[in-house]
Design a binder for this molecule. Structure first.
Ligand code: SO3
Length: 295
């Protein structure tokens, strides 16, 4: 049997993209070339790797067994290709995924410090919500996730990371700002600006705040933190958000923070696939993240 790296690359890309057309576009190959590479591989292994559903290819159990191994071989071959290109001893690309608050407020500083310490510079940062980051880790599109939503997935290693402080924020002239000794009951009948499904910030509100209110409504649902802040500043509703993310808007007096007698701590999480090949670069980055302090 003679399995080529190109076939493995095609296999991994089809697993991630789910159609031959999308995989062909990503790989700059023709559709017949992708189909042929894949069916050759399936023939050589004597197993189908995908369930076909119309044009969609959904990875099956055999494919799932192959995926971590194929990812490892491609990562090792990438390290060989870059062996003499990079300044330090660390080779390869580091693909980091972060949820919105972490990715905008924390990860850039983490990467800055990692670059300074390791001299490694070939990193990408993909920012989306927690659910999307998990999805991409499951498909081996990312090496590591740093997220704000609690994750439970048997294939992912989930470790507590940094701490965050959540706050409730509103327009500076909102009637709630006039109440002294505010209590949660004062927030009955309030209108909320929330993040989309899959977001850790939304989940915090739904787990920790909304169950303690009898009546509340969603005034707006948006998928970025900055848009949430602007909606609150436009007086479209109140929100529950990370203090890190809203500090600049508080300083600019576009929003105000409501102080409530509530525990608003939350945890960030570090995630990786349990079967992910840990190159020397990834090992070093994981250790770096685990001991890094954000000041
Ligand atoms: O981006 S979040 O809130 O998971």
């Amino acid at each position: 049997m003679n399995i080529a790296l190109k076939q493995l690359k095609v296999f991994v890309t089809v697993a991630q993209e789910k159609t031959i057309t999308a995989a062909a576009e990503k790989l700059f190959l023709s559709k017949p070339a992708v189909s042929m590479a894949l069916s050759e591989l399936e023939k050589q292994l004597d197993h189908k790797l995908f369930d076909r559903n119309n044009n969609r290819l959904i990875i099956n159990e055999q494919g799932k067994r192959l995926l971590p191994l194929a990812d490892e071989l491609l990562s090792r071959s990438n390290a060989i290709e870059n062996l003499f290109d990079q300044a330090g001893p660390l080779t390869g690309k580091l693909k980091v995924g972060s949820s919105d608050t972490v990715g905008n407020q924390v990860t850039p500083f983490l990467l800055r410090d990692f670059r300074l310490e390791s001299q490694h510079r070939d990193q990408t940062l993909f920012i989306s919500n927690t659910a999307q980051i998990c999805h991409k880790l499951m498909e081996f599109e990312l090496d590591i996730g740093l997220v704000e939503g609690k994750v439970q997935h048997s294939d992912l290693v989930v470790q507590p990371w940094l701490c965050d402080q959540m706050v409730i924020a509103c327009h500076p002239q909102h009637p709630l700002t006039k109440i002294e000794n505010l209590h949660l009951s004062d927030l009955e009948n309030s209108e909320w600006v929330l993040r989309e499904i899959g977001s850790g910030t939304r989940e915090f509100f739904l787990n920790r705040i909304s169950p303690r209110l009898d009546k509340w409504t969603t005034s707006f649902e948006l998928n970025t933190t900055e848009a949430i802040i602007n909606c609150v500043s436009a007086d479209l509703g109140i929100t529950c958000i990370s203090q890190r993310a809203i500090t600049h808007a508080v300083e600019e007096q576009r929003v105000a923070i409501l102080t409530l007698p509530l525990n608003m701590n939350r945890q960030y999480w570090l995630l990786y696939h349990q079967e992910k090949y840990q190159s020397p670069l990834l090992k070093l980055f994981l250790e770096f993240c685990q001991q890094w302090q954000f000041d």
